[in-house]
Design a protein around this ligand. Structure first.
Ligand code: UT7
Length: 395
């Protein structure tokens, strides 16, 4: 049981200066701005400068988050750095960040859960502060994917970008903060997004390097199918756990992988698109940095307001997924402590009514998902047939 509440008191984000547009990519591989925009929603992405690595980016975002929270690095109890592109396999990038920040009393861990890493980190940080163990935890998502992609593989290089986002999760006496969370993994899909030639299973050799096995490879369609399914399921589940429905949500922050994945989830969940934060057109998929980058931008632009219900959802390599529900607290200093057990103090009738609403909404989502799955399975043979005819006509 929680003794305290968790509160996001600071946030920051960073993206390298250099921008790579779709037109730039069309000069490098057989693709076009039109294909990338219509299939993914991405227009451009940021690319790290020569010698700029993940900890450099994480550092900039973390400094902003510390400033916003009004604390110094020496106040941090723990640093969780989510990344799939650490500066080195050993040592952990989190310790390098701890050193750069001067967070001398903080523990530090690097969390690898693909694009889901930041949401996993956020849920982990909240556990530490809600039990009273720690007061301030820095959670960062940072990636330098530009070094991990094969710039000759059009299936992957058009998707990814570099960047970082960070938050401070602090202990609070004021009700709010994390309401519910879901952490999931479908490990049977471990090879759908993989750098096959790095690690203890396949140590690097000249041959593996020549075959570019240290670069990312992806079964795009498999990840796409997984993503559209789990995004809907995870949001439904995490809201149900908080006894809320999509109508209670003010802001949805999804992992920024593909606008089509987000669109499908938006339709299935029945959420107003204006409530969904999308910035992938400017950053591409920044993996573990994508959710904190979008969150920090949403906070900076005032799209998240005190009292708002905010849902964050992510999916990625592993295959992993996670979702959290937050109630955004007013930025007032903690005064009178309110015991967790005394809040909320709902009347039985209201709770019952809320449960009925949640159950009814879940049924609606299931029905919409079934309908769109059926429509897709009807359209797919038609699409494949049309593609076949087009190909034959071309010949
Ligand atoms: O953070 C988690 C990580 N990853 C993801 O979330 C990615 C999930 N998957 C996706 O977003 C999509 O599957 C992609 C954007 C990667 C691909 O879109 P798609 O609609 O699934 O395309 P496809 O793989 O079915 O390929 C369709 C066609 C193929 O040509 P043929 O076989 O029909 O002749 C591809 O070779 O498009 C071709 N293609 C391209 N054409 C131009 C693939 N990549 C490109 C490209 N430019 N960059």
């Amino acid at each position: 049981m929680s003794l305290y509440y968790s509160k996001i008191t600071g946030w920051g984000h960073y993206a390298p200066e250099r921008i790579l547009t779709n037109d730039d990519l069309a000069q490098m591989v057989d693709t076009s701005d039109e294909w990338i925009r219509t299939r993914t929603g991405i227009r451009e992405r940021h690319i790290a400068a020569e010698g700029q690595a993940t900890v450099d980016q994480a550092y900039h975002a973390s400094v902003q988050a510390l400033e916003r929270a009004g604390i110094s690095a020496a106040d941090l109890d723990l640093i969780i750095l989510a990344t799939s592109t650490p500066d080195y396999l050993c040592p952990p990038a989190s310790s390098m960040l701890e050193d750069r920040l001067g967070a001398s009393k903080a523990g530090a861990m690097t969390l690898i859960a693909g694009c889901t890493g930041f949401v996993y980190g956020l849920a982990t940080a909240a556990q530490f502060v809600q039990t009273g163990m720690y007061e301030h935890v820095l959670v960062v998502g940072a990636e330098t994917l530009s070094y991990a992609v094969d710039w000759e593989d059009r299936n992957t290089c058009i998707l990814f970008g570099d960047g970082a986002g960070a938050v401070i999760v602090s202990r609070s006496h004021t009700p709010g903060g994390l309401q519910s969370m879901i952490l999931g993994s479908e490990g049977s899909g471990w090879d759908a997004l993989i750098a096959p030639g790095i690690g203890s299973h396949a140590p690097m050799t000249v041959e593996t390097l020549e075959r570019k096995e240290h670069k990312l490879r992806m079964n795009g369609r498999q990840v796409f199918k997984f993503a559209t399914r789990v995004m809907t399921e995870a949001v439904t589940e995490v809201l149900s756990d908080a006894e809320l429905t999509i109508h209670d949500v003010d802001v949805l922050i999804p992992h920024q992988a593909n606008a089509r994945i987000i669109d499908l989830a938006v339709r299935r969940l029945g959420i107003d698109k204006d409530k969904v934060i999308i910035n992938l057109d400017r950053y591409g998929n920044t993996s573990a940095a994508s959710v904190p980058l979008a969150l920090a931008e949403a906070l900076d632009s005032g799209r998240v307001q005190p009292g708002d219900t905010v849902v964050m959802v992510a999916f990625g390599a592993g295959l992993t997924y996670a979702a959290t529900v937050w109630q955004w607290q007013p930025e007032t200093a903690d005064e009178e402590p309110i015991l967790v057990t005394n809040w909320p103090v709902p009347e039985t009738m209201r709770v019952q009514a809320q449960r009925v609403r949640t159950a009814a909404w879940r049924l609606q989502v299931q029905a919409r998902t079934k309908a769109s799955d059926a429509a897709m399975s009807l359209m797919l043979p038609l699409y494949t047939f049309r593609k076949g005819v087009k190909k034959r006509l071309k010949k």
